[in-house]
Design a protein around this ligand. Sequence first.
Ligand code: SF4
Length: 330
Amino acid sequence: MGLADRFGRVATDLRVSLTDRCNLRCTYCMPEEGLDWLAKPELLTDDEIVRLVSVAVRLLGVHEIRFTGGEPLLRRGLVGIVGRTTELEPRPQVSLTTNGIGLARQAQALKDAGLDRVNVSLDTIRPDTFQQLTRRDRLQDVLAGLEAAQAVGLTPVKVNAVLMRGVNDDQAPELLEFCLEHDYELRFIEQMPLDAQHGWNRATMVTADEILDQLAEPFGLEPTDVATRGSAPAESFTVRGGPRTVGIIASVTRPFCGDCDRVRLTADGQVRDCLFARTESDLRTALRAGAGDEELADRWRRAMRGKLPGHGINDPSFLQPTRPMSAIGG
Ligand code: SF4
């Protein structure tokens, strides 16, 4: 039996955070000084991660694995973890969400290990705006990472972009033009209340409507057939008659929780049934206490029974989760 919740949704897409550490300091994610990182003993080992992923794939019907962070390229055993995951039967689709720094160096080894594709976070192609948003001067590394991913065939290469009012909110057209030129699939993501500083403010969030206002006419955007969307977070639009598309992930203003097929595993072995979950279910303790695969699978199934119908961001009672995005991953 799979990871079903009380609303008939079944999670088949597992997001695995491999670390809470990151080498960027994006203003909408964490403070300049960084955060108190998880201590090593708390972190799942490579073997423990592969064991839990294996339970999910073999016993719980998960067929998509997304490795994420913090920044997963910082995880020393990443290539090995990917390789052992792609050897699982039935073989899951395996992708990676990364900020792209170091991807140019690791792309070939990840491809050889069986990685299928990558999502790279890139909010601007201007060095000064990149520095302002990430507090680091690493734009060229990210661009090199994108090119390397494309060159080795980690495709489609998807680009995730967050627009911030007064910073890069007027740069949507040039970002789309850049991605069209390089054959990257661009998706804009509405900023979500998941920052470590708890400073999210709806007024500074750039909405899907505003993004469409900027792009619809100059790029001749047309919505693609909603029937093809399924559980995909992104609303998709054809560009200038297609086949190229651009996506918008409007978690706040156009939530898509009704079709959610995602579940998350944190780097310290906790199951999060939703990105905005305020409670977690511990698998690490049972794992380290010698629990068998079936027992771990049962615990995981039970964890999903508590999943709420949606994130509740638009409810007056909404409370931001204590665990920040940097320790959950995209
Ligand atoms: S907010 Fe939670 S329920 Fe909604 S789509 Fe995201 S993970 Fe699924």
